[in-house]
Design a protein around this ligand. Sequence first.
Ligand code: FES
Ligand SMILES: [Fe+2]
Length: 398
Amino acid sequence: MSRVSLEKMALINRQHAEDGTLELAKNIVEIPASNYYDLDRWNLEIEKIFKRLPLVLGLSKELPNIGDFKALEAVGIPIIIKRNSKGKLNAFLNMCRHRGAAIMKVGFGNSKSFRCPYHGWAYDENGNLIGIADNKNFGDLDKECNGLLKLNVLEKAGIIWVNLDEKTTLSTQDFLSGYDEMLAHFGLEKWHIFDTRMVKGPNWKVAYDGYLDLYHLPVLHSETFGTEISNKAMFYQWGPHQRVISPSRLPDQDDFAGDGKDYTNSPVSEVPTSILMTGVWTIFPHISIASFNAGGRSVLLSQLMPGESPEESFTMQYYLMEKKPNKKQIKEAEEQFKFLEFVVQEEDYATGLRLQKGLKTGKLEKVLFGRNERGGQIFHDWVEKLIKTKNKDLNKLF
Ligand code: FES
Ligand SMILES: [Fe+2]
């Protein structure tokens, strides 16, 4: 079913490439510049978006074995994601029900159960409270009601979504709007995590605008990606999630097999799925998955998180490779990952940091998204819609 959607998109893209056209938005859209720096606005975004919607907080490949866990903080909320003995993932708030101590330090590990480092209460792999230290003297307490607070977790397409709101009634599946079926074509659960790194960046929306933006590629990245790279983008939508792809990619961008074969004129039914999956797949509100061809087929998966203020964000970059690389490919992948660090830090984020400094002066009232920047228009529209949506109406949006 979803391979059919991939083929349809490929056909639409081909037609636009042939005609030299694009699907354009109706109008140029204005966004208040203060949306990028106003503290109240930013706090609302954290509350209504990051703390209410499912977030991508890990990859299946990070927790491959029974007992594996990952402890992390997301927008200040400490959580644990753990694979239980049945292979199923659980997610909990990393806060002991006794007095709130963090059960595990941030990082990865493997254990059957958890023991709180403060007074020694014990929890099983499903977060149930199974032991109270010196229980006789502590007093009677209903253990059943004092397990770790559980969070909704969904593992699909090799990606792990967690909703930080322990009271949510929003189905992550509904929120994904069928997009997980598309992402499943990567088969990321089988890929290799080649390397990761953290990059500090500007306001989360300044950074996210960049994920959706091919318009800037041959200009800002003229010295890195070159001037031949396309600045045209098609945007395909599943709920708030968008795939961004140029109708005319350069053939060598997609030559994953390294055999020089160009599928531009082959029937779409014969084009390998890997080539139908190129471009940038964004997952609202904070992920981009961009395909590269270095050391074999690979993607840069970027997980963006707001920092401590409207002017700060942190991006976890994962360099993922479809196949285990050989010596030569390891070198190529290393070079590519280094190259992408330069592109993102010195070109994208450096531009973003200067841009937001300018906006903060308050001298520019609005910023603009052109008819060719429909992706940015759709993104800001969703942000606006979510901020205005009351909890009781949230589920109706997806
Ligand atoms: S805070 Fe965890 S046992 Fe006391
Ligand atoms: Fe860029």
